[in-house]
Design a protein around this ligand. Structure first.
Ligand SMILES: [Fe+2]
Length: 241
């Protein structure tokens, strides 16, 4: 297969990047998505002033466990304040304590057992918000950043659906739009496959390198942006369909 690189040159290679188990059904992923968004809201309502990012992860895992989640394809990531400028790949901050008016983002990746097919499916959702109400110098900027990343996600999804563009073209567009809106796109945070658990057995390819039109129900569109000068970032991700 090596002579077929770069990816996307052939339908054969494309099918490998979009492989699923023979028993896969998209309803399994939709079930995992829906359940994860429900728990996202519960975790949002359970965050407490004064907790750090490590404690927030433990809280999220405890809440997921109460819903029957036994494993996570990636650990819950909940970032506060200046932690929102750091990525999924960087260590959580034990020395950042949540206070009112702080930017927060959550990136959740639980594995759910789909009761109809008795197969495990991957949830992967994330969003950003401002914690509590406060009068602070950065609160309005944090709110604008959280709103902007959602706008960018929706613009990207609309372009993908309307123009049937590749993952590569989609992320080039999103980088430009992020700059237009006064933020910077974090380059090492990008979209990827999801499927029955684990998608990594099929591929670990990054969506911005995909040179074909990604098929619905198989990919996560994922974005992190940061403010050009303030220690504020925001994140959003969801299933593409
Ligand atoms: Fe995620």
């Amino acid at each position: 297969m090596s002579e077929l690189h770069p990816i996307g040159l052939t339908e054969e290679f494309r099918s490998k990047l979009e492989a699923v188990d023979s028993r896969f059904v998209k309803e399994g992923l939709l079930f995992a998505r829906e359940r994860t968004w429900q728990v996202y809201d519960q975790i949002c309502g359970s965050l407490c002033e004064g907790m750090n990012e490590v404690e927030a992860r433990e809280l999220a895992k405890k809440i997921f466990a109460e819903h029957g989640v036994k494993k996570h394809w990636h650990q819950p990531v909940i970032r506060f304040a200046r932690g929102t400028t750091l990525t999924f790949h960087q260590a959580l901050c034990g020395d950042v304590f949540l206070k009112k008016g702080d930017p927060v983002f959550m990136d959740l990746g639980p594995v759910w057992l789909h009761p109809v097919t008795d197969m495990e499916y991957e949830g992967d959702v994330g969003d950003s918000f401002v914690f509590g109400r406060a009068v602070s110098a950065t609160e309005d900027e944090a709110k604008r950043c959280a709103e902007t990343v959602k706008i960018l996600f929706l613009e990207g999804k609309a372009k993908w659906l309307k123009e049937q563009c590749s993952g590569k073209v989609l992320y080039e567009f999103l980088e430009k739009r992020t700059n237009d809106l006064g933020y910077r796109l974090v380059k090492d945070v990008d979209g990827h496959r999801v499927s029955e658990f684990p998608h990594q057995k099929h591929t670990k390819v990054a969506l911005p390198t995909v040179e074909f039109y990604p098929t619905a129900y198989l990919w996560i569109l994922e974005l992190q942006i940061v403010h050009p000068t303030l220690p504020i970032g925001a994140f959003y991700e969801d299933l593409m369909f």
